[in-house]
Write a protein that binds this ligand. Structure first.
Ligand code: 6GU
Length: 238
């Protein structure tokens, strides 16, 4: 998978992709990420990419021209599965969305800044608008890094057995069960016996029940909204 990210603050995206799993995915040749500085597509002397809002009001608006030049140049190199605009008024990002995007060959992500982009950018170029939650960030960059991380870790071969995505919270519509490692007893606190039993079927049953209990306690909305169709979890729908 290749991901291009258009931003006015490229420095914000240097950190996340230089580390851990994302770095490993790049090293293995399973994912590549390129950060594109929108200012490189400005023709102004000041490399300006924004302007005052028509109709007045506080805050600047990202202009269509540099964005159009940038996207059109990139589209000559690649056919994108999706052109994503990161914006607080987009659809809330979730695991099913990450799963779907992980099947893409090429993604283009445009990071919003200031008061956002001229509406005509959205009409002309954008195929998907994503928010990462109901709070406002200074720009779409950190949100784009969140989406890239969630998507890249799902590409086959990126994770090993120890970090397998199959047992993630949300992947079956449930929160993950509690986990333990050595020592088996810490200051009187014991690991549940069943996990030390070596009895795989019993361990799986315990984990599933602990997942359901944890989900009921912390996120009952997930049980009500669960549309994943996994028969085991369906029977717990309210
Ligand atoms: Cl994608 N952008 C901004 N600026 N704020 C956000 C967001 C995106 N998602 C949640 N808050």
């Amino acid at each position: 998978m290749h991901i291009d990210i258009i931003t006015v603050v490229p420095g914000l995206l240097e950190g996340p992709f230089a580390h851990s799993i994302l770095k490993r995915a790049e090293d293995k040749g399973l994912a590549s990420i390129r950060v594109i500085n929108l200012r490189d597509y400005s023709t102004g002397k000041q490399k300006q990419v924004d302007d005052y809002a028509f109709g007045g009001g506080a805050g600047m608006v990202m202009s269509i021209e540099p964005i159009a030049r940038c996207i059109e140049a990139l589209q000559k190199e690649r056919a994108y599965d999706e052109i994503i605009y990161m914006t607080p008024d987009g659809a809330t990002f979730d695991q099913p969305m990450a799963n779907a995007l992980s099947l893409s060959q090429n993604l283009l992500i445009l990071c919003g800044h200031y008061k956002g982009v001229d509406e005509r950018v959205r009409e002309r170029f954008i195929t998907k608008e994503i928010s990462i939650g109901d709070y406002v960030l200074s720009g779409g960059e950190l949100a784009a890094a969140v989406v890239a991380d969630a998507v890249i870790r799902l590409i086959p071969g990126v994770l090993n057995d120890e970090t397998s995505a199959l047992t993630d919270s949300f992947q079956d519509g449930l929160l993950a069960p509690p986990v333990y490692t050595r020592p088996a007893e810490y200051d009187g606190m014991e690991v549940p016996d069943v996990l030390l039993s070596g009895h795989e079927a019993k361990i799986n049953e315990w984990r599933f029940e602990a997942s359901v209990r944890r989900t009921q306690e912390r996120r009952p909305d997930l049980l009500r909204d669960n549309q994943t169709g996994k028969s085991d979890t369906k029977s717990y729908k309210k």
